[in-house]
Design a protein around this ligand. Structure first.
Ligand code: GLA
Length: 661
């Protein structure tokens, strides 16, 4: 726990003040002051911990010009829950936006008693007088306090609780971060030991470039693989299911894949398209950044590869092992093998102490059936100040191809220092330069543009040869970040398709931490289901950013539901669009290749359970439809003109609807 220096200087006067308040309660009743609980139990954006007695800037708490001494400074999105066991009487607080917030800040405060909203403040702006909140807790088992941003975005929204306390009987109520008490319910049914082929049904490659595709199959090992009608130039390793080779002419071939074990056999078709487009389905894989941040090295990557295999994730179509920022060196760093120089005399980027042999590493990645991803920036330095590609684009592209990389994330970052203006032309330029460089190497390298959506990149990313482009800033593991990023993808659906995808950033589930220490994602279980469901409907790249080795059963269930993955990997490559948005409820629909079926997400952005009705006229459907619960992999029956479901707070019901013939 972080210690708060301000706690050491609480005036004696304050202690006397507590005593006087406590003494007014009925005999046996006790007072739990909000600022006295373990403040690390609060969920807040960017892992901030609330401050007791002072604002986040260590100034006195101040709401609408009035100073307060006894309280707690928090920040959206704030969440905490208390276990009361029916032994509390009352919750009181004054609540308001701290005067140190920005002009555009706004927050709301709500309290939930046993899941039901019992109080909601008006929208509080800078200068709004504090609201006086008094909640009767008789018989209440759980109290949740929620600070949200009214869906207006995070503008440094600082919120203060003043004179906030719970009056209770007996033991002090326990305070919990949402994660610790939200039951992580596993919905994905257990894997069958019989063979089943998963993952992409279509694969694109350029003529004359190295081909590699791994048949993803679940089922008991040993398993053997076969492939009928492979294009000339390709061969299959029947033990590993890895298909490699080179195809010289353009064209389409339907290959029949087979996986067999002692319990039976599975057959599935794979369309191989030798043409001009690659990444015909959204890239799926692992990228260590959300877990390791700057502390990545070759050992961490190898461990990541091993965990992807031993956990069985590889059998569900997870393909890429991507190295993010910090693999190169900071100029002058002791990690250099060559007197602090990141490049050799010919300008070629070097291996270094963290990654002493890149070729050996990509060989290892490939030998296990994965593809390898690398990272750079069009600037001189990357986001974390490591050597980047400015004016070395061709040399770097050649080096990465020689090393055997299959994917490049090109991250804008400090390119603004190199070229100050941000016209459409200057925004496109660095990516055109790198595209040209990649076109000069004889290797398929998926080109991922990371520039956070500037200049509406989705409108031109495909034109300049990007295979995916980040549409937003960095996603973090809070509900406000997730919901504001995910649900604002609406309207971008016309710009995505096979070979060119909108990318709302990497998944923030599992154990994350962006650096030295790690913790389980602060998203609740339902929020994590929303995350995976929405990203699948959006046909977004699925890049998990967590430590796979410490993956729990719940997280594994998120990554191994083949019916969810199938929606993401559908060969038609359509991104879902929103067909309804009302009172915090949203319905999204995705067309699938099999024209008789659609995927539908019913999302509840409210903090209590709501029933959502999807009627056929909203969905553009007609006639009888069989509904299937995708997470549970279970049919729900035949429906005539609508489908309704009770959807938990921040949760989702993901279904497919199939027209009954
Ligand atoms: C930016 C990107 C992130 C990550 C970091 C690395 O913030 O958006 O995805 O690559 O840089 O420093």
């Amino acid at each position: 726990m972080r210690t708060n220096p301000s706690l050491r200087s609480i005036p004696v006067l304050m202690a006397a003040f507590f005593c006087s308040i406590t003494s007014v309660h009925a005999q046996g009743a006790d007072t739990l002051w909000l600022q006295k609980i373990d403040l690390t139990r609060f969920t807040q954006d960017w892992n901030l911990t609330p401050k007791a007695f002072l604002s986040l800037e260590k100034e006195p708490l101040m709401i609408a010009g009035k100073k307060f001494r006894n309280g707690l400074a928090s920040q959206t999105e704030g969440l905490i829950r208390f276990e009361l066991n029916g032994k509390a009487q009352k919750f009181h607080t004054l609540f308001g936006l701290d005067d140190a917030s920005c002009k555009s800040s706004s927050v709301s405060f709500s309290a939930l008693a046993d899941g039901k909203e019992v109080f909601r403040s008006p929208v509080m702006k800078r200068g709004s007088k504090a609201v006086d909140v008094n909640i009767n807790l008789n018989g209440v088992k759980q109290l949740s306090l929620v600070i949200d941003d009214n869906g207006k975005g995070l503008y440094n929204d600082k919120a203060d609780f003043v004179n906030a306390f719970i009056v209770h009987q007996g033991a002090k109520p326990d305070a919990f971060n949402f994660n610790y008490i939200n039951k992580r319910h596993v919905l994905t049914p257990p894997e069958s030991p019989r063979p089943k082929i998963n993952g992409a049904r279509v694969f694109g490659v350029r003529a004359g470039h190295p081909f590699m595709f791994t048949i993803a199959a679940t089922g008991k090992r040993p398993m053997s693989f076969a492939a009928e009608n492979l294009p000339q130039g390709l061969s299959l390793d029947t033990k590993t299911g890895i298909i490699t080779g080179v195809v010289n002419g353009k064209g389409e071939t339907v290959v029949k894949l087979k996986a067999k074990n002692e319990l039976g056999a599975a057959i599935r078709e794979l369309k191989v398209i030798v043409g001009d487009r690659i990444a015909l389905t959204p890239p799926m894989g692992w990228n260590g950044y959300n877990r390791y941040g700057d502390s990545i090295d070759h050992v961490t990557v190898r461990n990541g590869v091993d965990a992807m295999v031993s956990s069985g994730l590889i059998n569900h179509g997870w393909t890429y092992i991507n190295i993010d920022d910090s693999w190169s060196i900071k100029p002058g760093s002791k990690d250099s093998m060559r007197m602090g120089e990141p490049r050799d005399a010919n300008g070629m980027i070097n291996a270094n102490k963290k990654f002493p042999d890149m070729k050996a590493l990509t060989d290892y990645i490939h030998s296990k059936g994965f593809k390898a991803g690398i990272y750079s920036s069009p600037s001189t330095l990357t986001c974390s100040d490591y050597t980047a590609s400015y004016e070395f684009e061709e040399k770097d592209a050649r080096r990465w191809a020689d090393w055997g990389f299959d994917y490049l994330k090109h991250d804008y970052c400090s390119y603004g220092d190199v070229v100050k203006s941000k016209t459409l032309e200057t925004l496109k330029k660095p990516y055109i330069v790198m595209r040209d460089a990649l076109d000069k190497v004889d290797r398929d390298i998926v080109f991922s543009l990371s520039q956070y959506g500037m200049g509406n990149v989705w409108e031109w990313g495909d034109q300049i040869g990007g295979n995916s482009w980040r549409t937003t800033g960095d996603l973090i593991d809070t509900w406000s970040s997730l919901s504001e990023t995910g649900f604002t993808q609406v309207g971008k659906e016309d710009f995505a398709g096979p070979g060119h995808w909108n990318d709302p950033d990497m998944l923030v589930v599992g154990w994350v931490g962006w650096g030295e220490w790690q913790y389980p994602s602060r998203l609740t279980a339902d929020e994590q289901y929303t995350h995976m469901s929405l990203w699948s409907l959006l046909a977004a790249p699925l890049l998990m950013g967590c430590d796979v080795a410490s993956m729990d059963a719940f997280t594994k269930n998120l990554f191994t539901n083949d019916e969810v993955i199938e929606i993401n990997q559908d060969p038609l490559g359509k991104q879902a669009g929103r067909v309804l948005e009302k009172d915090g409820l949203e319905i999204w629909i995705k067309e699938l290749e099999d024209g008789s079926r659609v995927a539908v997400g019913l999302f509840n952005r409210n903090s209590t359970t709501k029933t959502i009705k999807a009627s056929w006229n909203v969905l553009g459907l007609s006639g009888k439809q069989t509904a299937r619960d995708v997470w549970r992999q279970k049919n729900e029956g035949v429906f005539f003109d609508s489908f309704s479901a009770a959807v938990p707070a921040h949760g989702v019901k993901l279904i497919t609807l199939r027209k009954v013939k």
